[in-house]
Design a protein around this ligand. Structure first.
Ligand SMILES: *Cc1c(COP(=O)(O)O)cnc(C)c1O
Length: 395
C-alpha cells in the first residue's frame, strides 16, 4: 500500500482502523462505503461538490505569508486559511461532501456529534441548505463552554441534544450519536465530524478534506518556486484537518507534524485499543476503560485519534508532538498580535509548537493549517486572561 492511498478491504491502515460496530450498523456502513465509492468515482458528483465548496463555502482558501510572525520566530511561516471558510473552520469541507452523499442515498435526516460546536454548526448549516432534519449531540459540559455555538445551531433549525453520560464531552456525544443511528438508519445519515470511526469514515473524511492539501500544494509551489515547505504542522483532535493537509504532501520530503494537547496525547501516552468502531491509539486505563482527555480546547478533547495517524506514526512518516494549555494561550495572543488573526484554540496548538521549537526550525519554511477562527473561543479567553488583558505587542 502506498502512503495515504486507500485502506485495505477491511478498512485498515496497517494494523489500525477496521469496523467494530454493533451488528445493526454493519449494513449501514457497507451501504455508505458503496455509495461513497460510487459517488467519488463520478465526475458529476465531484463537480457538484466542487461547485458548493467554491460558491457556498468560499474555496479556495488562501495561503497567507505571515511576515511579522516569521520575523519574530526566525522561520518562514505560511498559514493555510481554513478559518476563512463559511462557518469558520475546515469542517464544512467534510460536511458538504457527506450531506450530498446522504441526499444521494435518499436520507432525510442528518445526525452529528460535536465538541466545540464547529462540526455541529457546519452540519446544521448543510441541513438548512439541503432542507434536511438535523439532530446534534453535544456533551453537557461542552454546551456550557460553547453556548454561542449551541445557539447558532438552534438558529439554523437544528435540535441540540445534551450527552449526559461519562465526562459529558465529545466522546460521549459520539456514543449518543451512534446509539441514535442504530435506531434510525433507515432515514438518517450519521455525519461524523473527524477522520475516525468505523470504515469507511476515516478514509471518506480524509478524501473530503484532501482539498486542503491539494490547494496548499499548488499555492506553495507558486510561493516557493515549485518547491514544498520543509514542515507541515497541524493540530490533531480526531485528526481531520491534519490528514487533509498531510495528504497533499505525503509524497514529498516535507516533514509532517501533528500537534496534540498535552492532556489528550493519544499518540505517545495512549496504547492501541478499540473505541468508536476502530482500532487506534487510545487513552485507556489498565482495564481498557477509556480515559478522559483534558484540554483548554473542547475541539481537541478526544481520547482517541483517527487510525491513519496511528499508522503514519508507526511507519515514521509523521510525528506527533504535544503542547500545554499555557503554551496555547501564549500562541493565541502571539498570532493575534503579530498577524491580526485571532485563531481558534485548536490551531493555536500548532502555532504553540512552532513557537517553542523556533530554534530547531530556524531558516525553514513551515506551513501551518489554520483550521479555524477564534470567535467561538473569545468568551472563554476572556475568563482565562481577564477582561483587562494587557495591551501592547510585547509578550
Ligand atoms: C474540530 C476542530 C479541530 C479538531 O478536529 P480535527 O478532526 O482534529 O481536525 C481543529 N480545529 C478546528 C478549528 C476545529 O473546529
Amino acid at each position: 500500500m502506498s502512503i495515504m492511498s486507500e485502506p485495505s478491504a477491511s478498512g485498515r491502515f496497517g494494523s489500525f482502523g477496521g469496523r467494530y460496530v454493533p451488528e445493526t450498523l454493519v449494513p449501514a456502513c457497507e451501504e455508505l462505503e458503496a455509495a461513497f465509492r460510487e459517488a467519488w468515482a463520478e465526475p458529476a458528483f465531484r463537480a457538484e461538490l466542487d461547485g458548493l465548496l467554491r460558491d457556498y463555502a468560499g474555496r479556495p482558501s488562501p495561503v497567507t505569508e505571515a511576515k511579522r510572525l516569521s520575523e519574530q520566530l526566525g522561520c518562514r511561516v505560511l498559514l493555510k486559511r481554513e478559518d476563512l471558510n463559511h462557518t469558520g473552520s475546515h469542517k464544512i469541507n467534510n460536511v458538504l461532501g457527506q450531506a450530498l452523499l446522504a441526499r444521494r442515498m435518499g436520507k432525510t435526516r442528518l445526525l452529528a456529534e460535536t465538541g466545540a460546536g464547529q462540526h455541529g454548526v457546519a452540519t446544521a448549516t448543510a441541513a438548512a441548505l439541503f432542507g434536511m432534519e438535523c439532530v446534534v449531540y453535544m456533551g453537557e459540559v461542552d454546551m456550557d463552554r460553547q453556548s454561542l455555538n449551541v445557539f447558532r445551531m438552534r438558529l439554523l433549525g437544528a435540535e441540540v441534544r445534551p450527552a449526559l453520560s461519562g465526562s459529558r464531552t465529545l466522546k460521549d456525544a459520539v456514543n449518543e450519536a451512534m446509539r441514535d443511528w442504530v435506531g434510525t438508519v433507515e432515514n438518517s445519515h450519521y455525519c461524523l465530524g473527524s477522520a475516525l470511526g468505523p470504515h469507511p469514515y476515516p478514509w471518506m473524511v480524509r478524501e473530503f478534506h484532501r482539498v486542503i492539501g491539494e490547494e496548499s500544494r499548488a499555492q506553495c509551489a507558486l510561493l516557493l518556486d515549485g518547491g514544498t515547505p520543509d514542515v507541515i504542522a497541524a493540530c490533531v483532535g480526531g485528526g481531520s484537518n491534519a490528514i487533509g493537509i498531510f495528504s497533499g504532501f505525503a509524497d514529498t520530503d516535507a516533514e509532517l507534524v501533528g500537534v496534540q494537547p498535552a492532556g489528550g496525547a493519544s499518540i505517545g501516552h495512549g496504547s492501541p485499543g478499540i473505541v468508536h468502531g476502530m482500532v487506534s491509539y487510545l487513552l485507556q486505563d489498565e482495564w481498557g476503560q477509556v480515559e478522559e482527555a483534558l484540554s483548554i480546547s473542547a475541539g481537541l478533547d478526544y481520547p482517541g485519534v483517527g487510525p491513519e495517524h496511528s499508522h503514519l506514526e508507526e511507519i515514521g512518516r509523521a510525528r506527533y508532538e504535544t503542547v500545554t494549555d499555557a503554551e496555547v494561550v501564549d500562541a493565541f495572543l502571539l498570532l493575534s498580535r503579530t498577524e491580526g488573526i485571532i485563531p481558534a484554540l485548536e490551531p493555536a496548538h500548532a502555532i504553540a509548537w512552532m513557537s517553542r521549537e523556533r530554534a530547531s526550525l530556524e531558516g525553514q519554511t513551515v506551513l501551518v493549517c489554520l483550521s479555524g477562527r477564534g470567535d467561538k473561543d473569545v468568551a472563554q479567553m476572556m475568563d482565562v486572561l481577564g477582561a483587562d488583558v494587557s495591551t501592547g505587542r510585547g509578550r
